[in-house]
Ligand binder design. Structure first.
Ligand code: ATP
Ligand code: MG
Length: 406
């Protein structure tokens, strides 16, 4: 029995004239992944992408390919299925052969049917009824029908040329395809919030570049590794990501030695923003993305955010702005970032922290403190420390410009 993977569209279905552009992007993403796993034929029809293994080895890698498909934005459901001729006898025969194995470990199921081909002689409820009965017969009472709260759903889809049978469709990544919303520069720290912010914007089709600020030796090499590890987690979804690393050591030391302590964090954040804006322009990014959430810390009150926001002449997206920490943690866990995020390494924001940070800063006072240093020259100097690490889903990290990047 040869299985295929069905990947079901989400809101791409609602797209009008440019739907084919979105479809092409989803196909491309899936093909990039499939290429690394085996030999698959990938095509689409009726709001579904079909991913078909073309040889034995690829058929054996179907679990791995299904896992990959679940990380491609634009699909809301992913499932393994078998295809058969569209007549009820064949369908029931295949259900009996294929489904019992798929139901192992479950106690209850429900059979459903979807009829895209309206000429099919039976209606959906009749098909579901017959399929349910066939399963009960084939499993000899090991599993029960539960129409209201089944542990697993078996579905038969009557499509244009064939019928598809599957059980246990899984959730896809949702969102809209990668690259359909432009490019954004994510301020990536080693914390919980910024990887989640990056994920949320990537899910809305934004291509992500990342910038990370460090303050070596006040921040450690392990802290940098941790950030690259978080970027790696995001590449489960984005396939690759460049992390531009910039040193703030000199700026931080000068702020510490010359400015009012209460303003340390705000000043630092304005430098971060100015440097990020510069990079965003260079990389042709349409927005900056941060993991700020209103009121979470002193530098994230409305007034404090305004002070940093004033440094940017492009939009700053803050997808977590209205979320509670618990809600953010939930997503962090879901995308597999949490365990890395909570590793205890210093971030440059946590070195030289003021004892009494300003929560209602006046911009004039911040600017006064800022004018004690040569802001523009320091931005240029820090910018010159920039180098990029290319983080890939398949394969090892490389420093841009060194080593081969396939
Ligand atoms: P996170 O959990 O993402 O570290 P946070 O709650 O600790 O966020 P802050 O340290 O105030 O909050 O940072 C707010 C945002 O600023 C972060 O979400 C991130 O987008 C950005 N940021 C903070 N530190 C850095 C850094 N070292 N490099 C790049 N961006 C940073
Ligand atoms: Mg942080």
């Amino acid at each position: 029995m040869k299985e295929v993977i069905l990947c079901k569209y989400g809101e791409v279905i609602l797209k009008g004239a440019n739907r084919s552009e979105f479809e092409a992007k989803m196909l491309k993403e899936l093909r990039r992944r499939a290429k690394r796993i085996g030999n698959f034929k990938i095509h689409y029809a009726q709001s579904t992408v079909f991913c078909e293994p073309l040889d034995e080895d690829s058929a054996e890698a179907i679990d791995e390919m299904t896992e990959q498909a679940k990380h491609v934005f634009g699909f809301v459901g992913v499932t393994r299925a078998i295809a058969c001729e569209k007549n009820m006898d064949t369908i029931l025969e295949m259900v009996k052969k294929y489904i019992p194995e798929r139901l192992k470990g479950y106690k209850s199921f429900k059979a459903t049917a979807k009829r895209a081909d309206k000429r099919f002689p039976l209606g959906s409820p009749e098909i579901a009824g017959e399929v349910g009965a066939a399963i009960l017969e084939a499993t000899g009472g090991k599993i029960k029908v539960d129409l209201h709260n089944p542990e697993i759903i078996v579905q038969v889809e009557i499509r244009e040329s064939l019928a598809y049978i599957h059980a246990g469709q899984e959730k896809g990544a949702g969102g809209i395809p990668s690259g359909s919303s432009g490019k954004g520069l994510l301020l990536l720290s080693g914390g919980i919030d910024s990887p989640v912010a990056g994920f949320m914007m990537a899910k809305r089709g934004v291509l992500i570049e990342a910038i990370h600020f460090e303050s070596y030796p006040y921040t450690s090499e392990r802290a940098r590794e941790k950030v690259l590890e978080l970027a790696k987690v995001l590449t489960d979804y984005t396939m690759r990501m460049r992390v531009h690393i910039i040193s703030l050591t000199k700026i931080q030391e000068l702020i510490r030695d010359n400015c009012d302590e209460d303003y340390f964090t705000l000043l630092l954040r304005r430098y971060m923003m100015a440097i990020s804006v510069k990079l965003a322009h260079e990389l042709d990014c349409d927005a900056i993305i941060t993991g700020e959430s209103l009121g979470q810390v002193a530098s994230q009150t409305m007034k404090a955010i305004n002070v940093t926001n004033a440094m940017s002449d492009i939009p700053v997206y803050r997808p977590l702005i209205g979320m509670d920490k618990e809600e953010i943690i939930q997503i962090s866990r879901k995308i597999g970032a949490y365990d890395t995020s909570i590793l205890p390494y210093e971030d440059c924001c946590t070195v030289f922290t003021p004892r009494h940070p300003r929560t209602r800063p006046e911009l004039e006072k911040v600017i006064e403190e800022e004018s004690k240093l040569d802001f523009n020259a320091l931005v240029e100097e820090a910018y010159a420390t920039k180098y990029a690490v290319v983080v890939k889903h398949f394969g090892d990290n490389i420093i841009e410009g060194e080593g081969k990047d396939e």
